[in-house]
Design a protein around this ligand. Structure first.
Ligand code: FAD
Length: 344
């Protein structure tokens, strides 16, 4: 029996490497698809040369159609944009979305189903994998082939090589900071198809319901894709003092980040948390003020190109990873920086 089942698996691998078709769950907002979706498309291109990429957009109204039109030319490798237009997908709840992915997959057989490792992807893809009875491979940072991946373990302290041996589709969440998007010169528009939802059935009992969403009304760039990130730690001591970090971020055109200690202390909302249980960032410049450099925090910043740390303790672990370190009091250093940096 074992031999038979292994034989079956090797057949499915052979098929996988010949014909790779990828379905990507696309994230969109205000009529635009999010940069992490384009990075996920870049990742899909590493699965194999003959891969075809379809984007699945769900939601409702004109902003969905605008996003679909933009998605059609977001990357030359996207061959099709599938649009599910219904009030049921107005909010990214895992239940209807996972059912939708299953519904789409029953009509077209995809070898891979991908989403970014954002809160969106992390919410939906595990449920998709459970519905399909497969094990998802999460937080993929490198793709070695159609069924072999590298992902971090132990809070990013070790990298693990994973081979997917399931018979069903390979379900992956992608750490998008590891798949940067290079400027696209080729202009190619994918076909846009509206999904016929007349036969789509939702679960009779849904265990989650949309309550609300609170977003910060800010002009600052998105933390996950910002080129500059300015982070404050517990040492900021108050909401009021944390505004210094926000001012500095504004002057440098960057996003604001925070340690979990700063979030737990209530200085900033938790969507600004950087680290193992927060956002993973990979900016050109990461500046950390009053951040000790706990491994859980470093797990989220290690792909940053240049790390600058200011801490009054010369032995703080953050200095072991910093490219530039300044032993000093942030309450002196930040005001001086604010004074000396030119206005934007
Ligand atoms: P502290 O460790 O208290 O460090 C404050 C630093 O500020 C010190 O180094 C101090 O020398 C310095 N300082 C104090 N005053 C000044 C001053 N005036 N000027 C300059 N420097 C000053 N943490 C995260 O950040 N992100 C995560 O995603 C995350 N996930 C976690 C997951 C798990 C399962 C666990 C167990 C922990 C997690 N943590 C995470 C928490 C992490 O272990 C640390 O507790 C946290 O990162 C510490 O935050 P901090 O550096 O702000 O505070």
């Amino acid at each position: 029996k074992l031999v038979l089942s292994n034989a079956h698996r090797s057949i499915s691998f052979t098929n996988l490497s010949r014909c790779i078709s990828t379905l990507i769950l696309a994230e969109h907002e205000s009529g635009s698809i999010k940069p992490q979706t384009v990075s996920t498309v870049v990742a899909a291109n590493h699965l194999g040369e003959s891969s075809s990429v379809s984007l699945l957009l769900a939601g409702s109204g004109s902003s969905l159609q605008e996003a679909a039109s933009q998605a059609a030319s977001c990357h030359p490798s996207v061959s099709e944009v599938l649009v599910a237009d219904s009030d049921r997908f107005e909010y990214p709840l895992a239940e209807p979305w996972a059912n939708l992915v299953d519904f789409v997959r029953q009509q077209r057989d995809y070898s891979h189903i991908l989403a970014s490792s954002s809160s969106f992807g992390k919410n939906i893809l595990p449920r998709v994998a459970a519905l399909l009875d497969v094990s998802p491979v999460t937080d993929v940072v490198k793709i070695l082939g159609s069924n072999e991946f590298i992902r971090p373990i132990y809070a990013g302290n070790a990298l693990c090589r994973v081979r997917y041996t399931g018979a069903g589709p390979c379900v992956l969440t992608i750490r998008t900071t590891s798949f940067p998007v290079t400027p696209i010169t080729e202009s190619k528009k994918a076909t846009i198809s509206q999904i016929d939802l007349s036969k789509f059935k939702e679960d009779a009992v849904s265990r989650s319901r949309y309550v609300g969403q609170s977003t910060q009304d800010t002009e600052r760039p998105d933390l996950g894709s910002a080129r500059v990130v300015i982070t404050g730690g517990r040492a900021l001591k108050s909401v009021e003092n944390f505004k210094m970090i926000e001012k500095l971020a504004e002057k440098l055109g960057g996003a604001v980040g925070a340690t979990r200690a700063a979030v737990d202390a209530g200085y900033v909302p938790n969507d600004l948390q950087v680290g193992q249980t927060g956002k993973i960032v990979a900016p050109e410049l990461y500046m950390a003020f009053g951040v000790s450099g706990a491994i859980q925090h470093l797990a989220g910043i290690k792909d940053s190109k240049v790390i600058v740390a200011v801490n009054k303790d010369a032995d703080a672990p953050i200095f072991q990873v910093a490219d530039y370190g300044l032993v000093g009091d942030l309450f002196e250093v930040i005001p001086e920086l604010l004074e000396k940096l030119p206005e934007k």
